[in-house]
Design a protein around this ligand. Structure first.
Ligand code: SF4
Length: 176
């Protein structure tokens, strides 16, 4: 997977002051996508051990950061999910609140036969912002693109042993 951009501080990608990582590649082609230039997989910087170490250092050096946001592109695109899992596991010990934006639908990630890495990533994500962008439901008042997209506390589901149970609705929050 390749990294399109990192931002050392942002207020636009979730609550608080966050470090943002934008990955390259998405195969969903949502009508009205905010960032179609992120769709190709072959742009940006390859995610390597040294790039991960640089990201970690930048996060550790800023005590003001409250969280980390991973967006794109789509980090849970089937072509990206294995490397996104590597990224999530490499950041876990920093103890930051993790948000991840995906155009995939949480219900399908959990209950459909998708690659294992796509499912496993959910264990590391405090708030998953899930679902494709729907132009007719655009929402500019929250940290999501359209009203169909849900905020799901997938890590909490995992920790309570019900990530794969049919309980997503109990872990959906209305706003951040
Ligand atoms: S999932 Fe996100 S990046 Fe992919 S097409 Fe939809 S809005 Fe664009």
């Amino acid at each position: 997977m390749r990294i399109l951009h990192t931002y050392k501080e942002t207020f636009a990608d979730g609550p608080g002051i966050r470090y943002a990582i934008y990955v390259a590649g998405c195969d969903l082609a949502c009508n009205g996508c905010h960032n179609p230039s992120s769709w190709p997989y072959d742009q940006g910087e390859l995610l390597t051990d040294s790039v991960l170490e640089r990201i970690r250092s930048e996060i550790i050096s800023n005590p003001m950061l409250t969280g980390i946001t991973i967006s794109g592109g789509d980090p849970l695109d089937p072509k990206n999910a294995t490397d996104t899992l590597f990224l999530l596991q490499g950041l876990e010990d920093l103890g930051k609140h993790i948000m991840l934006y995906t155009g995939r639908i949480a219900e399908q990630l959990i209950h459909s036969p998708v690659p294992e890495a796509q499912k496993t990533c959910l264990q590391y994500v405090d708030v998953l912002v899930e679902g494709p962008f729907v132009l007719g439901q655009r929402d500019t008042t929250t940290f999501r693109g359209s009203k169909n997209q849900q905020f799901v506390k997938t890590k909490e589901m995992y920790l309570k042993g019900c990530l794969y149970a049919n309980k997503i609705h109990e872990y959906v929050i209305n706003k951040l």
